[in-house]
Structures are given as C-alpha cells and as structure tokens.
Design a binder for this molecule. Sequence first.
Ligand code: ZN
Length: 478
Amino acid sequence: MSRPFYITTTLPYVNDKPHVGHALEFVQADALARSRRLRDDEVFFNTGTDEHGQKIYDKAVKEGRDVKEYVDFYAERFTALKEKLNLSYDAFIRTTDEKHIQAAQEIWKRCEAAGDIYKKNYKTKYCVGCELEKTDSELVEGKCPIHLNLELQIVDEENYFFKLSKYKDALLAYLAGDVVTPLARKNDAINFVNGDGFQDFSISRLKEKMSWGIPVPGDESQVMYVWFDALTNYISTLDWPNESADSNFTKYWMNGETLQVAGKDQVRMQSIMWQAMLLSANVPPTQHVFYHGFITSGGQKMSKSLGNVLDPFDYAEEFGIDAVRYFFLRHVHPFEDSDFTRERFVESYNAGLANGLGNLASRVMKMAEEHLTEPVVVAEKEDFTDYFALLDAFKFNEASDLIWQKIAECDALIQESQPFKVVKDDAEKGRALIADLAVRLYTIGRMLNPLMPSTSQIIKDAVKANKKPENMFSRREA
Ligand SMILES: [Zn+2]
C-alpha cells in the first residue's frame, strides 16, 4: 500500500449535455482510480460541474430560464453519468455548492494577502466560448480559432488582476519536474510561460454586467472570473480550507499523491493558471497532470453542422457500458487524437469482445462446467506489475493489450492441447488442462477490473461458481 491517491477530472462546464470528450475523460480517470483500489490504495476520485460564468448566464437568459434552475438541470445530466458509464467517483463537487464558494473566496483572500491581486482599468478581447481573454497574436482573422462562429466581446472595465507574471520562474521550475504527461503538453506549458500570452489576468467582472458568479470578498460590485472560481474545486472538494490533521485535504493533497486528468487544450488553465494560484496561496502544486487527446469522427472534430456527432451514451445502451469503456481505453490513443466511427467501433467490438474475450469465457466455462466437479482454486492477489506500470503511465491501450495477449495465449492453448478431446480419453489429464484454463480466465477477469468492471465481475463469478456465463458480447453487424 502506498500513499493515499487523489485523482480528479476537470469539471465540465454545464452549458450543454455531456459529450464524447467528457465520457473519455471520465472513463480514463475511473480506470486509474479503480486500478489503485485494486492495489488497496486509499483513493479519492473527484469530479463535478463548473456552473458559473458568462456563457451559462447568457444561455440561461436567452432561454428565459432562472440561472440556478438552468444549472441544476444540466448538473443532473452529469450526475447521471455515474450510472451510465459505471463511474466510481467519491465526490461530485458543484461550483455552486456552499463549501466551494467559501473555498474560492478563501483562496482569493490568500492570494490578496500575498500581494498578488490588484485592480486596474483595462480593455481586452474576450472569447465567451473559451471564457478566456485573447491577445491579438492568438486570433485568426480577428476571431478565436476555436470559436470562429462567435464574435469576441470587448471588455472595458475596472477589474481585479492576478499577478501571474510574478510566478514565471517558479512555474518554469515546477514545469521542469515530472509534472506533465505527455511531453508535448509539457512543452506547450513551457512555451506558454515563455511567450507573449503569459500576462497577469483579470479575475473579476463587474457585477452589474455579469452577476452570475461568486462575490469578490470585500467588494460588492464585483464577482469572480469563472476560471479563478472553478479551479479551486480541486481542493474545495477536499473541504479546504479545513487544513486540520484529520482533514481530507491534509490526507490527500498534503500527504498523498495528486493527479489531474484534463483535455489537451487545458494546459494554460490547469498547469499554469491553477498552479500559480496554488503557489500564491501557499498550497503545494498538483503533482501531476495527464492530458488526453481529442476524439474525432471521420478525421474531423465532431460537430452538429458536419453531422458526425456520435453519442457515447447511445452506444452504451446499444452495446453495453463495458463495450464503450473498452473502445475508449483500448482503441483511443491516450495522448493523441483518435477516430470514433461506427465502423471502427463495431469492428473492434467484434474482434476484441465478441470473438475474443466473450468467446473465450464461454468456451472455457462450458468445458469447466461439464468436466470439473468443483470450482478451481483461484488466487485473489496476483502481481500485475507490468500492467499496473502501464496504467500508471496512462497507457491504457498498451495495458489492455497485455490482457488481450493473455486471451490469445488461452485461445492458442485450447487449439494446441484440445482439452475437449483429451478429456474423453484421459479424464485426469483433460481436467487438468481445463482447470488451468479456468485459472487463467480468472486472472484475465481480475485484470479487467479497472477497465471493464462489470465484465470483470461476471467472469470472476462464473469461475468461482464453475458455471458458463450468459453470452456477454454477441456479434454485431456494422
Ligand atoms: Zn474561444
């Protein structure tokens, strides 16, 4: 058993229903959390929803809805994912929760006490899509390259600023460590700190223009900028500023191992803004951030106008939750963009699950049920050193491959030793071969736990009961 393990996703912004990127991030984080629990580590797995900001405010107003009622509606779409993707998170923090609001105000006060917050009149271009200020060098033909359909807002007011520039050296020292995976994102972070965009940023808005935010401590006329508020969730979920010896904050953030999972477009927020805020508030920075790639469809970003949007939750209903988890973990590259199409999904489902895992489980357990008089003796603890090392390195695809190598080995053993024939001539020898296969299948079941928790349980139960499981993955047409 090692140190307590803290893991968090980024918080989805609740201006829409969950999409494929959320599903990927949640499943990856869930697999990591489960793989630690399998090793008896104490785990705190956080997720939640980011509920303030201009974009949400504008959308609620446009739809004529009360803003709180609007965010409640969408937050529920995200809490429902626990069941829809079989997630094992321990906490679901909403940035409208009272304890979060208090933590966001406390971190503001600490940054202010450190001399890192000041007020200034300024004028800037602001992308509501990103909820970020944009410098001219970041624009393409005067627009945000990620949100070409949105007009940039001009913010012209007196706001509070955070002294990001003060943390240049400290951030470069932090980023020099083993704190970011993959290397390409680490380089993005270092380049950002060394570039033009690395400037003090505004952390408040005039309340009369945008009231949907956490009040700035000591200034009724301003509310906090959404990112300054939302990033604090990673410690508000641990009840910070409660820093007592028996607090979750002390246990997981101060004395544990801390890991954030985020999309590859999040480097500026997660590895720079947030880490500088922590440094300013005198809280240790996050030990590691893993940035995953994006999911495309037909080689392009999914978009309603292209008509290539695939809903992972429809696939979970049609093929089963574990089939979706399998695809995301084995057939989506952890760091680079990957394509999700129906053809690719069905092809990998048939090869890996229907013909691979499902077929092996039913063949082995059919023989076991027929020829063994009692269940095989199985070891509950096994040493999966290589497998866990790959998961700890976020190589979900390669970790999965280790399991499918074992499946292939079992298939080859059946092919070569033909236990179903041997058992007719030499019962003892045949039974020994079948028992060996059942033990191997149990190991496969155990290894599947972080990736495909229900399937793992079904296989383990079948071996322990010496009974052929129901058909798990029937073959599908594309
Ligand atoms: Zn944008």
